[in-house]
Design a protein around this ligand. Sequence first.
Ligand SMILES: Cc1ncc(COP(=O)(O)O)c(C=O)c1O
Length: 395
Amino acid sequence: MASAPSLTEAALRRALLEREAAGLRRLRRLVDGPQGPEVVVEGRRLLAFCSNDYLGLAADPRLAEAAARALRRHGTGSGASHLVSGHMRPHHELEEALADFTGRARALVFSTGYMANLGVVGALAGRGDTVVEDRLNHASLLDAARLAGARLRRYPHADAAAAARLLARAQGRRLLVTDGVFSMDGDVAPLAALAETARAHGAWLVVDDAHGLGVVGPGGRGSLEAAGLDAAAAPVLVGTLGKAFGTFGAFVAGSEALVETLIQQARSYIYTTALPPAVAEAAREAVRIAAAEPWRRERLRGLVARFRAGAAALGLPLAPSGTPIQPLIVGEAEAAVRLSRALEARGIWVPAIRPPTVPPGRARLRITLSAAHDEAHVARLLEALAEAWRGCGGG
Ligand SMILES: Cc1ncc(COP(=O)(O)O)c(C=O)c1O
């Protein structure tokens, strides 16, 4: 009988070496100074195309000033969870601003998007219920269904007809769950078809628009706004504050009954300390700016169009995406790492995204654009990509 693998230091080291050999070891790079188009990475200034700071707000002095004022007024810590004594005025005002921004009755602030997804799925589904999800949904949405103890059924990417077939066989309460903008692909879910599918099968549609809010849609209200869908079509909207809103945290927006249910039942809301109040104040300033400065979205759209036209002229196989997430699919993990290194040698920072974050054979450079970039930055990126792609055997 084979002996059970034992947990030893040597076994951990061996597994790490195997990862390394397969080009799958994940490394953290040390950044000095603020986020922005140029960042200092381990002492070297690089032009970065990898953050989710789509509107260029992460280092905006108005957010820092809002946080500084709140630090002086409210201190650093919230001291407790929301349900004990940690629900402070900055959290409450942020929730009101988010409800207003998303056009929903209420919003509830969570500490992270990961926790918002665990909380909302766990509060709405459990044993005996069915959660139907896109195969490429964010890991937190897939983990949420597993942790809830619900039946998790996954459909091929963006295939609303397949989702309908799974819902037709579903038992218990039904949730249909999708990213709005897919985090590693940049494409937008077929939301109108999914909303119709959910309606036809008595399911609730949950849309995690972490990468769409602030960016997509004429007013930046996200992929639901772009699809012309209201709260009746998609009763649960999840958003994050650490991406376009340049700060940290997340929220669920929806009806009065939904938010009150989450306050009673979302374990990742109940059993954790509330956000630092200064972060909530900075996020509220970001929401105000996202609504008041549409030029940021216009500039971003111009940069995306300029990048795609340049990449097409170079014959680069970009995935179809109209959002600031512009993946260049490379294939094998080692090849993606080589291309990323070749870009870095030319002063450009785009880390390789490898399995299990993306499916095997679909390793990529996830290139992201920001309103903080300008045309000259995009031109530098294209020039470096042209050389690095040829040097790595592409094209
Ligand atoms: C679609 C999606 N949902 C949720 C999250 C998690 O958000 P957070 O970073 O706030 O935990 C992310 C990325 O981080 C994401 O891409």
